[in-house]
Design a protein around this ligand. Structure first.
Ligand code: ADP
Ligand code: MG
Length: 560
């Protein structure tokens, strides 16, 4: 026997699930409703530009207000509005998105993708905080009647003639008892600041007082008075939506200060702008950090069509760039229906490699365009570059052209330049290039000097990240070994071409060595008489690294 059928969904069961579990955070009801209001405003603008609406657009703004007595929060827009039929179609049918329909209908029109909505679920987030929701709406369509819709969160609703007289929609939330915290100026301001700060339509939340110039006093000094002005909470055209050619350095710095008021100016920035194969804009800043411990992760803000989504950009941004600051906006970042999480998929990978490539290209460009300035910033940039080269194969391949190696004399070399330099004196008989480095130039000074004397160059690789970087270099550089200058290594270095004759005979050297050894009277030290150049360390007294550590430990009481 075989039977076919349709699975039936009972809305009365689904509803509580949407209300309780779809959204992780109650506060996003405001993000969803303001986004809908912005969408409605963008749509009327679009209809007007397509000649499908002849009326006056007026001042398109979204207003958010609350009434503590009545326990309501109202979101009002002057968008395209809805007829009773449309309310039934778009609101009553859960997961039927009018936004998708609109985009589908006008997808060939310019800017067709400015619409935020997508899933047809956002509106219902209102029921997380409200026991009743009313819609008052008047459609832009000629001869449309105002409509009023009321729903108490059950599956039944009432729709009747409304009383709105101008185009647009009011959404009135009757806040439930558990959510009264939202009936608060600061709370609402905070949520609006978080999610709506860069939305493309002005969002007004009450008024604020501002001090303005009011004529002059008798002495000609300006007088001020306090006036109430609209409290507009957003910047409608944040810099990442603009073209880099329209922006000055000051614009980028100003935006940085706006995002991170407490931070020092950034080192430089990268304006991201791509529309194929995915759409992504943004500005990434390299912050000034002194060391690894000061670095803060998750300072990049992720937006989707100017709506704030999250600070959690893991996967979108490669691990080593999580230390950057700034914003990324992409409607193509796959969000789950609650729009608060990412869904890992192919696009995320593509975006990730795009960002890696873009950052590498920018660094390469800075290096080629102005090497002295790049060198002067290397102390700050080096950390990111090394971290990237260690952790990302692709980044290593690009980074090797601009990563700098710094020697004890403060000279900078690219990796190729350095290898060429070493050809002269630091290749052993098996053809291995010997790279010497110090991780503590002060303590290892004697060895550095003795190496330099033999014409060996010594790199400074002394930060915590350098120990990993050294490993990477060892794996990547062919026929090259990296050695730390210590007694052992410094001793064994051979000078290719002495150039200068030893001023002592072999016997004299031996005699001097004995005199020193006797005077020191300690087997732990090694005395080396070179006597090549009396002005520079004719005798070196060194201690084996192991012995030195033992001694250090003994001096510090043996503790580790
Ligand atoms: P989405 O925004 O993902 O489409 P929502 O559940 O948030 O889904 O909204 C459903 C639909 O209701 C919207 O697509 C839109 O057609 C309509 N709608 C909601 N709010 C408004 C509004 N303020 N003005 C006009 N239409 C609206
Ligand atoms: Mg929506």
């Amino acid at each position: 026997m075989q039977e076919k059928g349709t699975i039936s969904i009972h809305t009365e069961n689904i509803f509580p699930i949407i209300k309780k579990f779809l959204y992780s955070d109650n506060e996003i009801f405001l993000r969803e409703l303001v986004s809908n209001a912005v969408d409605a405003s963008q749509k009327i603008k679009r209809l007007a530009s397509l000649g499908q609406y002849q009326g006056d657009l007026g001042d398109l703004r979204v207003e958010v207000a609350f009434d503590k007595e009545k326990k309501t929060i109202t979101i009002s827009d002057k968008g395209l509005g809805m007829t009773a039929e449309e309310i039934k179609k778009y609101i009553n049918q859960i997961a039927f998105s009018g936004a998708t329909e609109f985009v589908e209908k006008f997808k060939d029109a310019k800017d067709a993708n400015e619409i935020i909505g997508k899933f047809g679920l956002g509106f219902y987030s209102a029921f997380m905080v409200a026991h009743q929701v009313d819609i008052h709406s008047l459609s832009y369509q000629e001869g449309a009647e105002p409509a009023k819709w009321t729903c108490d969160g059950s599956t039944s609703f009432e729709i009747s003639e409304g009383d709105r007289t101008d185009r647009g929609t009011d959404i009135v939330l009757h806040i439930n008892e558990e959510s009264e915290e939202f009936l608060d100026q600061y709370k609402l301001q905070e949520i609006l600041d978080k999610y709506c700060r860069f939305l493309p339509i002005p969002i007004v939340f009450g008024t604020k007082s501002e001090s303005v110039e009011d004529g002059k006093d008798e002495e000609g000094n300006p007088k001020y008075k306090s006036v109430e002005v609209d409290n507009v909470i957003n910047t409608t055209a944040p810099i990442w939506t603009k073209s880099p050619s329209d922006l000055q350095d000051e614009d980028y710095l100003k935006f940085y200060k706006e995002l991170y008021p407490m931070s020092e100016d950034p080192l430089f920035w990268i304006h991201l702008n791509v529309d194929y194969p995915f759409n992504l804009t943004g500005v990434l800043y390299f912050p000034k950090v002194k060391n690894e411990f000061e670095m803060q992760r998750n300072k990049i803000k992720l937006f989707s069509r100017q709506v704030f989504i999250t600070d959690e950009v893991k996967d979108i941004v490669p691990e080593f760039l999580m230390l950057l600051h700034g914003v990324i906006d992409s409607p193509d970042i796959p969000l789950n229906v609650s729009r608060s999480f990412l869904q890992a998929d192919g696009n995320v990978k593509k975006i990730n490699s795009y960002i890696t490539k873009k950052v590498a290209d920018k660094l390469g460009e800075l290096f080629r365009k102005d090497r002295p300035s790049f060198e002067s910033k290397w102390g700050d940039i080096g950390l990111f570059v090394k971290y990237g080269m260690i952790s990302e194969e692709k980044f290593y391949d690009k980074g090797k052209d601009f990563a700098l190696l710094t020697n004890t004399k403060g000279e900078h070399f690219t990796m190729t330049e350095y290898q060429e330099k070493l050809q002269a004196n630091q290749v052993d008989k098996d053809g291995q290039t010997i790279v010497l480095y110090t991780n503590d130039a002060e303590k290892q000074d004697a060895f550095i000097q003795s190496a330099n004397k033999k014409d060996y160059d010594v790199l400074v690789l002394d930060s915590p990240i350098d120990s990993h970087f050294i490993n990477t270099l060892e794996q990547k550089l062919e026929k090259t070994s990296l050695k730390r200058v210590d007694a052992d290594v410094a001793d064994k270095l051979i000078k290719k071409d002495d150039g200068m004759a030893n001023v002592l005979t072999e016997d004299q050297s031996k005699a001097v060595k004995e005199i020193f050894e006797k005077a020191i009277g300690n087997q732990a030290y090694t005395v080396e008489v070179e006597g090549l150049n009396p002005e520079e360390l004719p005798v070196t007294i060194t201690m084996e690294e192991f012995m030195r550590r033992m001694k250090d430990m003994a001096q510090t009481g043996g503790g580790m």
